[in-house]
Design a protein around this ligand. Structure first.
Ligand SMILES: Nc1ncnc2c1ncn2[C@@H]1O[C@H](COP(=O)(O)OP(=O)(O)OP(=O)(O)O)[C@@H](O)[C@H]1O
Ligand SMILES: [Mg+2]
Length: 491
């Protein structure tokens, strides 16, 4: 069964007159064409098929004109072309405006001219569709510093960068994003592995928008929890009547994304039979809709993701090795959040702003005390879990609040936090010493925390605290501050 570039409906009471045009459009099975003599016929076609464009003749009975006006309301997405005889009139101008006519053509018609108009009209519609998809994807500018530093976070939170909507501040993520940018420039398939909630989908989106295919569609399919048949028809499409319930043709995601990218989430979940079809697409660029007797070429880039390690599944014989090798043109592993705790604060700050703005809560920032607890958690749900906690905190806050432990859920509020000097609480408890002793103890704590925040970058700490480098070095010596206390051993 052929695959058409579009479905065209022609309405003309004098069917014979337009037969040559219909024949031209149907040549080489380019378009599926319905020739209708009456409005009732045309309505039946519209109900049964996905019509892309109508060609309607202006006629004395007003039948065609009426049809076009009604169509604008019932099927606004269908392109409307008017075929006219003779010179224009005010009636026609009104019709063109009211029925939002795309174009009109004067008879006698030239088959080639009609075919070209149809082609361009469908292209324009496709561009408009892609434009809508893209506009929906609100993009952050690439690699821009995320926020203006404010008083609260000055010198306290690592500067966040972004790769599209993916925000990061850790060296591991910076390295990963650099590799992802390189991968984006190629046409190779990409396999993204990582625990749930680590940002695999965000990364896939960023890659797509950074690739040469960025102006074409990105379509996403979760492969988990779907029957083989359903997944197959979603992705490869089917022809009408291919199975019970297949009441009309379905294009399938791969062909709908032609020229673009398909993101296949939870790729580990697909059946062995499906793996074979996927391999065929990756090797030959071919898809075969269910019920079709011939394959079709389809140009898509595949990005697949899995939160189960595919190499392990290959070893167990649960995933085809050849497919695994094909999928991992580039292999990107997104580390779990507990392996990059140093960016928890930056992510938290980003989410405070994101959700504060979304909820209309003017939150001023987040206290150091709360950040320390956020950093102490192990995050089995990774960044998604952090975001959920922040969203909840923002929801509980009032305008003008700093988010603090009192806004935290019980799990987070109860977390023990590491301190530069052992045995201190987060609040500053007076120990009954002289004022000088107490002030020095507070000073030691503040300097220690600033050093920890800046991973012992002494120039930054000195600048933040308003000290000279020598002044800072003296304090470090005086208070016996030690890099080993509460530090992670990263540069
Ligand atoms: N680096 C990040 N910057 C900003 N937001 C992030 C980041 N990582 C994750 N998120 C947030 O966490 C949520 C989960 O991210 P995403 O859906 O990309 O994860 P995933 O790895 O695909 O998860 P799953 O395996 O459960 O499908 C997203 O809605 C996003 O808001
Ligand atoms: Mg996902």
């Amino acid at each position: 069964m052929p695959t058409f570039a579009g479905t065209i409906l022609i309405l003309d009471p004098d069917i014979g007159a337009l037969e040559p045009i219909a024949a031209r459009l149907a040549e080489d099975d380019e378009y599926r064409v319905f020739l209708c003599a009456s409005r009732a016929d045309a309505a039946r076609c519209l109900a049964a098929a996905e019509v892309d464009l109508v060609l309607v003749t202006e006629d004395a009975t007003g039948e065609g004109q009426h049809f076009l006006r009604a169509l604008r309301l019932s099927h606004p997405a269908v392109l409307r072309v008017l075929l006219v005889d003779g010179p224009g009139s005010t009636d026609r101008q009104e019709l063109v405006r009211e029925a939002a006519i795309y174009q009109y053509l004067t008879r006698p018609l030239d088959g080639e001219q009609v075919a070209l108009l149809v082609k361009r009209a469908l292209e324009t519609r496709e561009l408009a569709r892609r434009h809508r998809i893209l506009s929906r994807e609100l993009k952050l500018s690439d690699d821009a510093p995320m926020f203006a530093r404010d008083r609260l976070t000055e010198g306290f939170v690592k500067e966040a960068r972004s790769f599209e909507k993916l925000v990061y501040a850790s060296p591991q993520m910076a390295e990963l994003c650099a590799l992802a940018r390189q991968a984006a420039r190629t046409e190779l398939p990409i396999l993204i592995e990582g625990e749930t909630g680590t940002g695999k989908e965000l990364l896939a989106r960023a890659i797509h928008y950074h690739s040469a295919r960025g102006n074409s569609p990105l379509l996403i399919q979760n492969c988990g929890g779907l029957s083989d048949e359903l997944l197959r028809s979603e992705l490869f499409g089917h022809l009408r009547g291919a199975f019970t319930g297949a009441v009309s043709d379905r294009l399938g995601l791969f062909r709908a994304a032609d020229g673009g990218t398909v993101f296949l989430d939870e790729i580990s979940e697909v059946s062995p039979a499906f793996q074979v079809s996927l391999l065929r697409l990756l090797q030959e660029g071919e898809v075969k809709p269910i019920g079709a007797d011939r394959t079709m070429i389809c140009d898509v880039r595949i990005i697949a993701a899995s939160n189960r390690p595919l190499a392990e599944l290959v070893r167990q014989g649960a995933f085809r090795q050849d497919l695994y090798f094909r999928l991992k043109g580039f292999e990107l592993r997104v580390p779990p959040l507990r392996e990059r705790r140093d960016e928890v604060a930056a992510l938290a700050e980003y989410f405070v702003r994101k959700h504060g703005a979304a909820m209309g809560h003017r939150v001023l920032g987040i206290t150091q005390d709360a950040v320390q607890r956020l950093e102490a958690h192990d995050y089995p749900g990774n960044v998604r879990e952090l975001e959920n906690e922040i969203r909840r905190m923002v929801a509980l806050a009032h305008n003008g609040d700093y988010l603090s432990t009192r806004h935290m859920s019980a799990t987070f509020a109860a977390l023990p936090v590491g301190q530069p000097a052992a045995g201190q609480s987060n609040g500053f408890a007076l120990l009954g010493g002289s004022l000088k002793d107490e002030v020095e103890r507070l000073e030691a704590k503040l300097v220690g925390e600033a050093l920890r925040r800046h991973r012992w970058n002494q120039s930054k700490v000195a600048a933040t605290l308003g000290l000279s480098r020598v002044g800072l070095a003296n304090k470090i010596k005086r208070y016996g501050l030690d890099r080993g206390l509460g530090q992670e051993a990263t540069a």
